[in-house]
Design a protein around this ligand. Structure first.
Ligand SMILES: *Cc1c(COP(=O)(O)O)cnc(C)c1O
Ligand SMILES: [Zn+2]
Length: 437
């Protein structure tokens, strides 16, 4: 296991964290709750990492985009943390871009970015590579995340890789496969009621100094600003694998919208670096049981007007939330894209269609595929040209119950007030002592 901080440095072209709402440039540091200047009780503005791309451009080698060996470490010149040895990587990324003529309809081409082949079987590995690297560089010893699935599994794997502890805070009974996976990577699992878990997480971040790889603000999502930096490499790879061309439309299944925004940021950077001469339209797809982004988009909301919903149940468990983010709405708006919802029926039909073609994906991933025909019906003008769809997670994670030696019911339920005591009883260590010594 590599020792943390060794060999890790901030990218020397990194200039700061830019608020996407007020435009203020904050110094590089542990800003994981959105822009401190803009934050109110109802509003959180995301921060985007900014680089001096003009000077970066001169030293950039074409091989940065074609080195397929090293996982995301290959893109280090364009990522926040330089992981010179590549030791924090699990060889994530460099996933195949598959042609899908059977989905074409009004489009001239449809390509599937198959993220199911990442180390923990979802695209969260990209986010966790960059988010955990930043935590390791900052000397944090414990990573934490509010998740019931992929985000928890990826955080657990990358935290262990970096020699950090990992605590995952879920809601309800976790999916057996996802929970077993997190446990296998050595994560400690607790669960809490939905609103309570944000209080628990806030305490972990503010009192224990744990490093959140995802959101911990409520009601709106801040996310860890270093995470979308991992997602932006999806744009680099799509561009590269299309022969240095940018697709007309990119469809991404959306929960908090870090993926949607991260991919968009990747295309923006390719254009700023002078490598791409156009930008795609970004389409976010949500299950209709929730759909906070689509609702805000349809209502023509300002960035400050995003609302939280109480979502119903959906088969797309990984994206079933009622909260999206300012950066998701900004992405749809700035790219001239769209946000739409699809029904569970459409999601399952899309999943079945892909399986017939040899691809078994999570319902969450199939949501974006279902978005292709929905887009054609809702906004025919956008359903043309070359489309790329991000298949975010593997069907083995939510479809097939595996026999595992693990009782999901045994994950302890916590509140912010009894968290420390329950944690101590269950894991034999006080949370304030976790990762110390
Ligand atoms: C997390 C996740 C998403 C949504 O990502 P956001 O950045 O939260 O929008 C989509 N699909 C899968 C499989 C996921 O795990
Ligand atoms: Zn701001």
């Amino acid at each position: 296991m590599p020792s943390t901080q060794d060999g890790l440095t901030w990218n020397r072209h990194l200039t700061g964290l830019r608020c996407i709402h007020c435009g203020h440039l904050h110094q590089v540091g542990p800003l994981t709750a959105g822009c401190p200047r803009c934050r109110t009780r109802e509003f959180v503005a995301n921060l985007w990492l900014e680089y001096d791309l003009a000077s970066l451009r001169h030293g950039l080698q074409r091989t940065t985009f074609t080195d397929r060996r090293a996982g995301l470490a290959a893109y280090n010149p364009l990522l926040p943390v330089e992981d010179a040895s590549g030791e924090l990587s699990l060889a994530e990324g460099n996933t195949p871009l598959l042609p899908a003529p059977y989905l074409r309809r009004a489009f001239s081409q449809v390509w599937l970015k198959d993220e199911t082949r990442n180390p923990t079987f979802s695209y969260k590995d990209r986010l966790c590579y960059t988010a955990v690297s930043a935590g390791a560089l900052l000397g944090r010893r414990v990573a934490c995340v509010a998740s019931s699935g992929n985000h928890g599994a990826a955080t657990a794997a990358y935290a262990r890789r970096a020699g950090m502890e990992c605590v995952v805070i879920g809601t309800g009974t976790p999916l057996p496969v996802m929970a077993a996976q997190m446990r296998a990577y050595g994560a400690k699992l607790v669960r809490a009621e939905d609103t309570e878990r944000w209080r628990v997480l806030r305490r972990c971040v503010e009192e224990y100094g744990w490093w959140p790889t995802g959101n911990y603000t409520w009601p709106l999502a801040s996310g860890n600003p270093f995470g979308p930096e991992g997602y932006k490499t999806i744009a680099y790879e799509v561009w590269r694998d299309l022969g240095e061309r940018v697709p007309d439309v990119v469809l991404v299944p959306v929960a908090r919208g870090e993926g949607l925004a991260g991919v968009w940021k990747g295309f923006l950077e390719l254009a700023e670096l002078g490598l791409a001469d156009r930008l795609p339209r970004m389409v976010g797809v949500e299950p209709e049981a929730g759909g906070p982004l689509a609702r805000a988009w349809r209502a023509g909301r300002e960035l400050t007007g995003m609302e939280m919903l109480t979502p119903g149940r959906t088969v797309a468990v990984s994206i079933g939330g009622g909260v999206s983010s300012t950066q998701a709405l900004l992405t749809v708006r700035d790219s001239g894209g769209h946000a739409l919802t699809v029904s569970d029926e459409e999601i399952l039909a899309a999943r079945a269609r892909l399986a017939e073609e040899g691809l078994l994906v999570e319902a969450a991933a199939a949501t974006a595929v279902a978005g292709l025909s929905r887009l054609e019906r809702e906004v025919p003008a956008l359903a043309a040209g070359v489309a790329a769809v991000v298949l975010t997670g593997s069907g083995l994670k939510d479809a097939i119950p595996l026999a595992v030696d693990f009782e999901p019911e045994s994950v302890p339920v916590v509140t912010a007030d009894d968290f420390a005591r329950t944690f101590r009883d269950r894991f034999g260590v006080d949370p304030s002592e976790l990762g110390v010594g």
